[in-house]
Design a protein around this ligand. Structure first.
Ligand SMILES: *Cc1c(COP(=O)(O)O)cnc(C)c1O
Length: 415
């Protein structure tokens, strides 16, 4: 277990807070689809002395001395990412998913150019063209969503919008879409309108390398992904692309956007990629999807209304309207029951994004603990009971006791 012994001795204030979060992670079930538990090896790299180094530039072309080992770790991370995803070019320096996307736009677009992405309130990410985000402020935005009757992306509709708006870049990818992306169809639309393509596979990259979601390679021009979601690495991101875009992408990341790369995180990425290359990772990815399907089926039995009627990936999006509870209140009562979820808009939500009608649930973290279909049935039942007893703190506390008991049999790595 992570003892935090040095911090405890030196700084009790910080220790107490960290120990509280450790207990929360241990005794509750994490159902936020973008979260996961990293391995002890990834944590060790992140907490290592590699954080002491400065290394602006790229391997062999740095602006600081003493790069003998840092060059090696960055090259190793790049080599592994290329092999894992089948990418021609990789940049492993982006600090996180949002800066990775900014770097791509800097590399490929001029301010005022048109980019096309999925609407935030229908499942897209804020960096795909939301008005208050840099992507919506500096670029002209064309957006697509899902069909109201099916909750799914309609590629004919995407094509119509692309033909009418003539974007320079078409983005596929989402944060709250329970179905698969047809990257090949996006590419053929882009070819027709002369656009470049970017797939942001942040949520699903672990499923892609595990072989349970179609890969955007080799046709997509640029692929970005965070490394901390289903991929189960450190909190960070990478950009992959066809060779022809490599120079522009590298220039945009450094010196265009960032200074020194976080070398300890680069080491942690290399470790995580090494883990994702193991056969056990493919089983993990398959179990994430099986668990999400089981969770969806059980929730339907308890009368929940799921966007698109189910899931093909790691997440389910629940429209709570028929349950007479809003997302915020569901999130709060589930928290009291030891089940961590996040409130989320559902497509064509009649409520505001700050107080939406749904919640988003995901299985990557619980699957890392070793939970399977049986546990998903318990989780669905607890969610239903908690929502039916949303104002009864005694009942919510009793559910938390049951959750805690289950969790004791499924330890979190490194806790
Ligand atoms: C999580 C996510 C990001 C942003 O990642 P951060 O590391 O939080 O900046 C970008 N795009 C998509 C699709 C995501 O799911």
């Amino acid at each position: 277990m992570q003892e935090f012994a040095t911090i405890q001795a030196q700084d009790p204030d910080v220790y107490e807070i960290m120990a509280g979060e450790r207990t929360r992670q241990r005794d509750g079930i994490e159902l936020i689809p973008s979260e996961n538990y990293t391995s002890p090896a990834v944590l060790e790299a992140m907490g290592s002395i590699l954080t002491n180094k400065y290394s602006e530039g790229y391997p062999g072309k740095r602006y600081y001395g003493g790069q003998e080992y840092i060059d090696k770790i960055e090259n190793l991370a790049k080599r592994r990412a290329k092999q894992l995803f089948g990418a021609e070019h990789v940049n492993v320096q982006p600090y996180s998913g949002s800066p990775a996307n900014i770097a791509v736009f800097m590399a490929l677009l001029e301010p005022g150019d048109t980019l096309m992405g999925m609407k935030l309130d229908q499942g897209g990410h804020l960096t795909h063209g939301l008005g208050v985000n840099f992507s919506g402020k500096y670029f002209n935005v064309a957006s697509y969503g899902v069909r109201q009757d099916s909750g799914r992306i309609d590629m004919d509709e995407v094509r119509d919008i692309a033909l009418a708006q003539r974007p320079k870049l078409i983005i596929s990818g989402a944060t709250a879409y329970p179905r698969q992306f047809d990257f090949e169809a996006f590419q053929s639309i882009a070819d027709e309108v002369g656009a470049m393509t970017m797939a942001d596979i942040s949520h699903i990259s672990g499923l892609v390398v595990g072989g349970v979601h179609p890969t955007p390679f080799p046709f997509t021009d640029i692929v970005t992904t965070t490394t901390h979601k289903t991929l189960r690495g450190p909190r960070s991101a990478i950009i992959m692309c066809k060779k022809q875009y490599g120079k522009a992408i590298d220039k945009a990341v450094f010196p265009g956007l960032q200074g020194g790369p976080h070398d300890h995180i680069t080491a942690a990425k290399a470790v995580a990629f090494g883990e994702a290359m193991q056969p056990s990772f493919a089983s993990y990815a398959a179990q994430i999807v099986s668990n999400a399907r089981a969770l969806a089926a059980e929730l339907i039995k308890h009368g929940f209304d799921l966007v698109s009627g189910g899931t093909d990936n790691h997440l389910v999006l629940v429209d709570l309207t028929n349950k007479g509870i809003i997302g915020k209140d569901a999130e709060a009562c589930l928290d009291k029951a030891g089940l961590t979820v996040n409130k989320n808009s559902v497509p064509f939500d009649t409520r505001s994004p700050f107080s939406p009608s749904g919640v988003r649930l995901g299985t990557p973290a619980a699957t890392t603990r070793g939970m399977k279909e049986t546990e998903m049935a318990h989780i669905a039942r607890w969610i239903s009971e908690a929502i039916d007893n949303q104002t009864d703190d005694t009942k919510l506390g009793a559910i938390h006791d049951e959750v805690r008991e289950l969790c004791a049999g499924f330890p979190v790595p490194a806790i």
